[in-house]
Design a protein around this ligand. Structure first.
Ligand code: ADP
Ligand code: MG
Length: 287
Protein backbone atom coordinates (compact mmCIF):
# COMPACT_ATOMS: atom_id res chain seq x y z
CA UNK A 1 0.00 0.00 0.00
CA UNK A 2 1.28 3.43 -0.90
CA UNK A 3 1.49 6.31 1.60
CA UNK A 4 -1.83 8.09 2.16
CA UNK A 5 -2.27 10.97 -0.25
CA UNK A 6 -4.94 13.59 -0.69
CA UNK A 7 -7.49 13.19 -3.44
CA UNK A 8 -10.14 15.61 -4.62
CA UNK A 9 -8.56 18.70 -3.05
CA UNK A 10 -6.80 20.24 -6.04
CA UNK A 11 -8.59 23.61 -5.68
CA UNK A 12 -7.91 23.89 -1.98
CA UNK A 13 -4.25 22.92 -2.40
CA UNK A 14 -3.88 25.45 -5.22
CA UNK A 15 -5.42 28.19 -3.05
CA UNK A 16 -3.07 27.35 -0.18
CA UNK A 17 -0.08 27.28 -2.52
CA UNK A 18 -1.09 30.68 -3.90
CA UNK A 19 -1.36 32.15 -0.39
CA UNK A 20 2.07 30.82 0.52
CA UNK A 21 3.42 32.38 -2.67
CA UNK A 22 1.84 35.74 -1.81
CA UNK A 23 3.32 35.58 1.68
CA UNK A 24 6.75 35.17 0.13
CA UNK A 25 6.21 38.50 -1.58
CA UNK A 26 5.07 40.16 1.64
CA UNK A 27 1.25 39.89 1.53
CA UNK A 28 -0.40 38.08 4.41
CA UNK A 29 -3.42 35.75 4.18
CA UNK A 30 -5.80 34.33 6.74
CA UNK A 31 -7.66 31.17 5.84
CA UNK A 32 -10.05 28.92 7.72
CA UNK A 33 -10.69 25.35 6.52
CA UNK A 34 -14.02 24.22 7.85
CA UNK A 35 -16.18 21.14 7.73
CA UNK A 36 -17.63 18.19 9.57
CA UNK A 37 -15.49 15.67 11.50
CA UNK A 38 -13.42 13.41 9.23
CA UNK A 39 -13.88 15.57 6.12
CA UNK A 40 -10.12 16.18 5.84
CA UNK A 41 -9.31 19.47 7.58
CA UNK A 42 -6.25 18.24 9.47
CA UNK A 43 -5.00 16.37 6.40
CA UNK A 44 -5.14 19.61 4.38
CA UNK A 45 -3.52 21.61 7.18
CA UNK A 46 -0.67 19.06 7.21
CA UNK A 47 -0.34 19.38 3.44
CA UNK A 48 -0.04 23.17 3.86
CA UNK A 49 2.60 22.66 6.56
CA UNK A 50 4.56 20.36 4.24
CA UNK A 51 4.35 22.84 1.34
CA UNK A 52 5.45 25.68 3.62
CA UNK A 53 8.44 23.71 4.93
CA UNK A 54 9.46 22.86 1.36
CA UNK A 55 9.44 26.60 0.62
CA UNK A 56 11.60 27.35 3.68
CA UNK A 57 8.87 28.94 5.76
CA UNK A 58 9.13 28.95 9.52
CA UNK A 59 6.14 26.89 10.61
CA UNK A 60 4.50 27.28 14.01
CA UNK A 61 1.55 25.03 14.78
CA UNK A 62 -0.87 24.28 17.58
CA UNK A 63 -3.53 21.67 18.07
CA UNK A 64 -6.25 23.20 20.23
CA UNK A 65 -8.11 20.73 22.39
CA UNK A 66 -10.98 20.61 24.82
CA UNK A 67 -8.57 19.42 27.51
CA UNK A 68 -6.45 22.59 27.32
CA UNK A 69 -9.09 25.23 26.64
CA UNK A 70 -9.16 26.36 30.29
CA UNK A 71 -5.39 26.96 30.33
CA UNK A 72 -4.61 30.60 29.49
CA UNK A 73 -2.43 30.95 26.37
CA UNK A 74 -2.27 27.15 25.87
CA UNK A 75 -2.44 27.58 22.08
CA UNK A 76 0.01 30.49 22.07
CA UNK A 77 2.47 28.38 24.06
CA UNK A 78 2.15 25.49 21.64
CA UNK A 79 2.82 27.90 18.79
CA UNK A 80 5.89 29.67 20.12
CA UNK A 81 7.61 27.54 22.75
CA UNK A 82 9.20 25.17 20.21
CA UNK A 83 10.72 27.95 18.05
CA UNK A 84 12.12 29.69 21.09
CA UNK A 85 13.45 26.43 22.53
CA UNK A 86 15.11 25.54 19.20
CA UNK A 87 16.67 28.97 18.72
CA UNK A 88 20.34 29.64 19.51
CA UNK A 89 20.88 32.25 22.19
CA UNK A 90 21.65 34.88 19.52
CA UNK A 91 18.48 33.98 17.62
CA UNK A 92 16.47 34.04 20.83
CA UNK A 93 17.74 37.54 21.58
CA UNK A 94 16.70 38.65 18.11
CA UNK A 95 13.26 37.07 18.47
CA UNK A 96 12.61 38.62 21.86
CA UNK A 97 14.14 41.99 21.11
CA UNK A 98 12.34 45.28 21.90
CA UNK A 99 8.68 44.99 22.85
CA UNK A 100 8.72 41.25 22.03
CA UNK A 101 10.27 40.64 25.42
CA UNK A 102 6.77 41.00 26.92
CA UNK A 103 5.73 37.85 25.03
CA UNK A 104 7.53 35.91 27.74
CA UNK A 105 4.65 36.83 30.08
CA UNK A 106 2.49 34.37 28.13
CA UNK A 107 5.21 31.82 27.48
CA UNK A 108 7.04 31.49 30.76
CA UNK A 109 5.18 33.34 33.49
CA UNK A 110 3.30 31.40 36.15
CA UNK A 111 -0.43 31.78 35.62
CA UNK A 112 -2.00 34.17 38.11
CA UNK A 113 -3.49 32.55 41.21
CA UNK A 114 -7.23 31.91 40.98
CA UNK A 115 -9.22 35.06 41.61
CA UNK A 116 -6.27 37.34 40.77
CA UNK A 117 -7.07 39.56 37.79
CA UNK A 118 -4.32 40.33 35.32
CA UNK A 119 -4.31 44.10 34.76
CA UNK A 120 -5.43 45.26 31.31
CA UNK A 121 -2.11 47.06 30.91
CA UNK A 122 -0.13 43.87 31.50
CA UNK A 123 -2.37 41.90 29.15
CA UNK A 124 -1.96 44.55 26.46
CA UNK A 125 1.82 44.48 26.85
CA UNK A 126 1.72 40.68 26.54
CA UNK A 127 -0.43 40.83 23.37
CA UNK A 128 1.87 43.46 21.90
CA UNK A 129 4.91 41.36 22.83
CA UNK A 130 3.45 38.29 21.11
CA UNK A 131 2.68 40.41 18.06
CA UNK A 132 6.30 41.59 17.95
CA UNK A 133 7.54 38.04 18.44
CA UNK A 134 5.54 37.09 15.32
CA UNK A 135 6.87 40.10 13.42
CA UNK A 136 10.45 39.26 14.46
CA UNK A 137 9.93 35.66 13.31
CA UNK A 138 8.96 36.90 9.84
CA UNK A 139 12.20 38.89 9.62
CA UNK A 140 14.28 35.85 8.65
CA UNK A 141 11.76 33.87 6.57
CA UNK A 142 8.03 33.84 5.79
CA UNK A 143 5.89 32.21 8.46
CA UNK A 144 2.97 29.80 8.45
CA UNK A 145 1.01 29.94 11.71
CA UNK A 146 -1.50 27.09 11.86
CA UNK A 147 -4.05 26.21 14.53
CA UNK A 148 -6.00 22.98 14.19
CA UNK A 149 -9.49 22.77 15.78
CA UNK A 150 -9.58 26.47 16.56
CA UNK A 151 -13.03 26.13 18.18
CA UNK A 152 -11.28 24.55 21.19
CA UNK A 153 -8.70 27.28 21.68
CA UNK A 154 -8.47 28.99 25.08
CA UNK A 155 -9.93 32.49 25.38
CA UNK A 156 -6.65 34.48 25.77
CA UNK A 157 -5.17 32.77 22.69
CA UNK A 158 -8.35 33.50 20.68
CA UNK A 159 -8.24 37.14 21.74
CA UNK A 160 -4.60 37.41 20.84
CA UNK A 161 -5.14 35.81 17.44
CA UNK A 162 -7.85 38.40 16.69
CA UNK A 163 -5.45 41.15 17.84
CA UNK A 164 -2.76 39.73 15.54
CA UNK A 165 -5.05 39.54 12.49
CA UNK A 166 -5.76 43.26 12.67
CA UNK A 167 -2.06 44.06 12.37
CA UNK A 168 -0.52 41.76 9.78
CA UNK A 169 -1.43 43.21 6.41
CA UNK A 170 2.05 43.58 5.03
CA UNK A 171 3.73 40.68 6.81
CA UNK A 172 5.06 37.59 5.02
CA UNK A 173 2.63 35.45 6.98
CA UNK A 174 -0.11 32.89 6.36
CA UNK A 175 -2.47 32.23 9.26
CA UNK A 176 -4.39 28.99 8.85
CA UNK A 177 -7.17 27.68 11.07
CA UNK A 178 -9.34 24.63 10.92
CA UNK A 179 -12.84 24.74 12.35
CA UNK A 180 -15.04 21.72 12.99
CA UNK A 181 -18.63 22.50 12.16
CA UNK A 182 -21.18 21.17 14.60
CA UNK A 183 -18.97 21.36 17.72
CA UNK A 184 -20.13 23.87 20.25
CA UNK A 185 -17.21 26.24 20.71
CA UNK A 186 -16.27 27.08 24.27
CA UNK A 187 -15.82 30.76 23.40
CA UNK A 188 -18.28 30.98 20.52
CA UNK A 189 -18.18 34.76 20.01
CA UNK A 190 -14.36 34.86 20.03
CA UNK A 191 -14.21 32.01 17.52
CA UNK A 192 -16.79 33.74 15.31
CA UNK A 193 -14.81 37.00 15.38
CA UNK A 194 -11.71 35.15 14.36
CA UNK A 195 -13.07 33.03 11.55
CA UNK A 196 -15.03 35.96 10.14
CA UNK A 197 -11.69 37.68 9.57
CA UNK A 198 -10.53 34.69 7.49
CA UNK A 199 -11.08 33.53 3.94
CA UNK A 200 -13.39 30.62 4.73
CA UNK A 201 -13.05 27.39 2.76
CA UNK A 202 -15.77 24.83 3.30
CA UNK A 203 -14.56 21.28 2.62
CA UNK A 204 -17.11 19.16 0.79
CA UNK A 205 -17.53 15.40 0.59
CA UNK A 206 -15.28 13.58 -1.88
CA UNK A 207 -16.72 12.49 -5.24
CA UNK A 208 -17.18 8.86 -6.33
CA UNK A 209 -14.11 9.05 -8.60
CA UNK A 210 -12.00 10.17 -5.61
CA UNK A 211 -13.25 7.09 -3.76
CA UNK A 212 -12.11 4.99 -6.73
CA UNK A 213 -8.59 6.35 -6.55
CA UNK A 214 -8.42 5.81 -2.75
CA UNK A 215 -9.65 2.25 -3.30
CA UNK A 216 -6.89 1.72 -5.85
CA UNK A 217 -4.35 2.83 -3.24
CA UNK A 218 -5.72 0.31 -0.75
CA UNK A 219 -6.26 -2.66 -3.08
CA UNK A 220 -3.37 -1.98 -5.45
CA UNK A 221 -5.53 -2.75 -8.52
CA UNK A 222 -8.13 -0.93 -10.63
CA UNK A 223 -11.52 -0.95 -8.97
CA UNK A 224 -14.91 -1.38 -10.58
CA UNK A 225 -16.90 1.91 -10.83
CA UNK A 226 -19.90 0.17 -9.19
CA UNK A 227 -17.70 -0.81 -6.26
CA UNK A 228 -16.55 2.82 -5.85
CA UNK A 229 -20.12 4.12 -6.20
CA UNK A 230 -21.34 1.71 -3.49
CA UNK A 231 -18.52 2.78 -1.12
CA UNK A 232 -19.33 6.41 -1.87
CA UNK A 233 -23.01 5.88 -1.09
CA UNK A 234 -22.23 3.99 2.14
CA UNK A 235 -19.96 6.76 3.47
CA UNK A 236 -21.49 9.94 2.04
CA UNK A 237 -18.02 10.76 0.62
CA UNK A 238 -16.48 11.39 4.07
CA UNK A 239 -12.74 10.55 3.70
CA UNK A 240 -12.41 9.18 7.22
CA UNK A 241 -15.35 6.83 6.72
CA UNK A 242 -14.17 5.89 3.23
CA UNK A 243 -10.78 4.81 4.58
CA UNK A 244 -12.36 2.87 7.44
CA UNK A 245 -14.70 1.08 5.04
CA UNK A 246 -11.95 0.25 2.55
CA UNK A 247 -9.69 -1.17 5.26
CA UNK A 248 -12.57 -3.18 6.70
CA UNK A 249 -13.39 -4.59 3.25
CA UNK A 250 -9.76 -5.42 2.58
CA UNK A 251 -9.58 -7.10 5.99
CA UNK A 252 -12.63 -9.20 5.09
CA UNK A 253 -10.88 -10.13 1.83
CA UNK A 254 -13.58 -8.50 -0.29
CA UNK A 255 -12.32 -7.76 -3.83
CA UNK A 256 -13.02 -4.34 -5.44
CA UNK A 257 -15.43 -5.66 -8.08
CA UNK A 258 -19.10 -5.15 -8.91
CA UNK A 259 -19.85 -8.46 -7.14
CA UNK A 260 -18.93 -6.78 -3.85
CA UNK A 261 -21.78 -4.23 -4.08
CA UNK A 262 -24.36 -6.25 -2.08
CA UNK A 263 -21.68 -6.99 0.55
CA UNK A 264 -20.86 -3.28 0.85
CA UNK A 265 -24.54 -2.42 1.26
CA UNK A 266 -24.88 -5.06 3.91
CA UNK A 267 -21.44 -4.94 5.54
CA UNK A 268 -20.73 -1.24 5.11
CA UNK A 269 -22.70 0.18 8.03
CA UNK A 270 -21.66 -2.67 10.36
CA UNK A 271 -18.00 -2.46 9.39
CA UNK A 272 -18.03 1.30 9.87
CA UNK A 273 -19.76 1.09 13.22
CA UNK A 274 -17.23 -1.51 14.41
CA UNK A 275 -14.12 0.31 13.33
CA UNK A 276 -15.36 3.72 14.45
CA UNK A 277 -16.31 2.35 17.86
CA UNK A 278 -12.90 0.66 18.21
CA UNK A 279 -11.19 3.91 17.30
CA UNK A 280 -13.27 5.95 19.72
CA UNK A 281 -12.43 3.50 22.49
CA UNK A 282 -8.74 3.82 21.75
CA UNK A 283 -9.04 7.62 21.94
CA UNK A 284 -11.40 7.65 24.91
CA UNK A 285 -10.61 10.47 27.29
CA UNK A 286 -9.89 9.64 30.90
CA UNK A 287 -12.73 10.84 33.10
N1 ADP B 1 -8.66 14.42 0.49
C1 ADP B 1 -8.31 13.28 1.10
N2 ADP B 1 -7.81 12.25 0.39
C2 ADP B 1 -7.45 11.11 1.01
N3 ADP B 1 -7.55 10.90 2.32
C3 ADP B 1 -8.04 11.89 3.09
C4 ADP B 1 -8.45 13.12 2.51
N4 ADP B 1 -8.87 13.92 3.49
C5 ADP B 1 -8.75 13.23 4.62
N5 ADP B 1 -8.24 12.01 4.39
C6 ADP B 1 -8.01 10.98 5.40
O1 ADP B 1 -9.23 10.85 6.14
C7 ADP B 1 -8.97 10.78 7.53
C8 ADP B 1 -9.67 11.92 8.25
O2 ADP B 1 -9.09 13.15 7.83
P1 ADP B 1 -8.80 14.34 8.85
O3 ADP B 1 -7.98 15.34 8.10
O4 ADP B 1 -8.23 13.81 10.10
O5 ADP B 1 -10.27 14.90 9.11
P2 ADP B 1 -10.73 16.11 10.03
O6 ADP B 1 -9.50 16.79 10.51
O7 ADP B 1 -11.57 16.97 9.13
O8 ADP B 1 -11.54 15.49 11.12
C9 ADP B 1 -7.45 10.79 7.67
O9 ADP B 1 -7.01 9.44 7.72
C10 ADP B 1 -6.97 11.43 6.40
O10 ADP B 1 -5.69 10.98 6.04
MG1 MG C 1 -8.84 17.09 12.46
Amino acid sequence: MRAPRLVGRAHELAALRRMLGEARSGASSVVCLEGTPGIGKTALLRAAVAMARESDFTVVTAQASAIERDFPFAVVRQLFEPVIARASSAERMALLTGSAVHATQALTAEPPAPGIQVSPALLHATFHGLYWLTANLTASSPVLLAVDEVQWADAPSLRWLSYLLRRIESMPLVVLFTLTIGEEAAEAHLVTDLVNAAYRVRLDALAAEDVASLAEDVFGVDTDPDFAAACHAATGGNPFLIRELLYALEHEDVKPTAEAVPTIRELGPQALARSVTARLQRHALPV
